[in-house]
Design a protein around this ligand. Structure first.
Ligand SMILES: O=c1[nH]cnc2c(O)c(F)c(-c3ccc(F)cc3)c(-c3ccc(F)cc3)c12
Ligand SMILES: [Mg+2]
Length: 214
């Protein structure tokens, strides 16, 4: 039967990227998505904004909501200091199978824990299951209807501390109006918009960076 797009993306990584070289994995995926098949990775343009937020923050504990094929997982993990940890949640088991292999090919599996399941099921278990008190950075890149409820759930579970950064993808395309309204009007967040483009296209999209004020 016909292969899936994530399977073809992984094949491109194995053909064109060097094992243990995260940058080559990132470049191979960007090349595949620009010249072969579009796929919903954060991409190179928004990816550079993601890189600058991670580099400036130097986070020890990162949560990613929505792994897909692991592109942003690799982008973030390659910048983390030794001992730092990234937990990434993926609901779709077919995506998780591919992401594990992309993460392994990049050679950053020691920093990453990929958890399969629903974010709303796992967020309340971060403390007892992973020993995580609070996160320094959360990258929201899963289903747009979950951004706001999951943010409120993280608040309620005490997973955010003064200074925790929420970085949200796709705030324009496809858009997350309820989430944007919340973080931009809540006294608990200082929010700003980084204008960019939908991955591999000329359509507008952007990232919203929101600092939790406690
Ligand atoms: O669902 C997503 N999760 C994370 N990141 C995404 C992302 O970075 C995207 F660019 C898109 C996107 C946007 C525009 C478009 F035309 C197609 C897909 C989606 C998305 C949106 C709606 C769907 F029905 C399916 C996928 C996502
Ligand atoms: Mg996205």
């Amino acid at each position: 039967t016909r292969s899936t797009r994530p399977q073809r993306l992984l094949k491109a990584v194995k053909q064109h990227a060097t094992r243990g070289d995260p940058q080559s994995v990132i470049s191979a995926i960007d090349h595949f998505c620009r010249h072969r098949e579009w796929a919903m990775n954060v991409g190179d343009e928004k990816g550079c904004i993601l890189d600058s937020v991670v580099s400036e923050l130097n986070p020890e504990k990162v949560l990613e909501l929505g792994t897909y094929c692991g592109y942003s997982t690799v982008r973030i993990a390659r910048l983390l200091p030794p001992g730092a940890r990234l937990i990434t949640l993926e609901f779709n088991p077919d995506y998780a199978v591919i992401a594990r292999q992309v993460i392994a090919w990049a050679g950053i599996e020691d920093k990453v824990q990929l958890v399969e399941g629903a974010s709303e099921d796992w967020i309340p278990r971060m403390k007892e299951h992973f020993g995580i008190e609070t996160f320094d950075l959360v990258f929201l890149d899963h289903w747009k209807d979950h951004y706001l409820p999951d943010t409120k759930l993280m608040e309620g579970c005490g997973l955010l501390r003064k200074g925790t950064v929420l970085l949200a993808d796709n705030v324009i395309c496809p858009g997350v109006p309820d989430y944007l309204e919340y973080v931009r009007n809540s006294r608990s967040y200082k929010s700003c918009y980084f204008k960019s483009h939908l991955e591999y296209t000329r359509a507008e999209d952007g990232l919203e960076k929101s600092v939790f004020l406690g």
